[in-house]
Design a binder for this molecule. Structure first.
Ligand code: RTP
Ligand code: MG
Length: 140
């Protein structure tokens, strides 16, 4: 398996509770390397654009309101099998169903305020990285 890149986001519930370092440590311990990182407070419009794939879902309004309610940290992670590895260390969307040791098990408040986002496939990873980062901001 070749080295790959994925997109990760530390959500407002986690930045509010000062968990940026604790979450990043878990990503690093899983063998992922942070090759780009910045703190952004996205607008409602940016949240709606980023999550456009979910626009027909019943939770879209709640999700975009939450994601624009405070700062997030957007990151590019690099490593062997990085997309799947990140999803594994994040844990299930609903923290009640997340495995022991995962970020969501340890830190998430609820299915909506679940502390982290991670790309789910190679094509979405490329799109999501390009949504938030210019090429020169990624330093491998
Ligand atoms: P993410 O995209 O944030 O990495 O999370 P995911 O793949 O595990 O979950 P997804 O199905 O893509 O949903 C995106 C985000 O929407 C919120 N959500 N709320 N209230 C609800 O039932 C509900 N379901 C999903 C969560 O913040 C989820 O991470
Ligand atoms: Mg998703």
């Amino acid at each position: 398996m070749a080295t790959e890149r994925t997109f990760s986001m530390i959500k407002p519930d986690a930045t509010k509770r000062n968990l940026t370092g604790a979450i990043t440590k878990k990503l690093e311990e899983a063998g992922l390397r942070v090759v780009a990182s910045k703190r952004v407070w996205m607008s409602r419009r940016q949240a709606e654009a980023f999550y456009a794939v979910h626009k027909e879902r019943p939770f879209f309004g709640e999700l975009t309101e939450f994601m624009s309610s405070g700062p997030t940290v957007v990151q590019v992670l690099e490593g062997e099998n990085a997309i799947a590895k990140n999803r594994e260390v994040m844990g299930a969307t609903n923290p009640a169903e997340a495995a022991e040791g995962t970020i969501r098990k340890e830190f998430a408040n609820s299915i909506g305020e679940n502390s982290v986002h991670g790309s789910d496939a190679a094509d979405t990873a490329a799109e999501e990285i390009a949504f938030w980062f210019a090429g020169h901001e990624i330093v491998g």
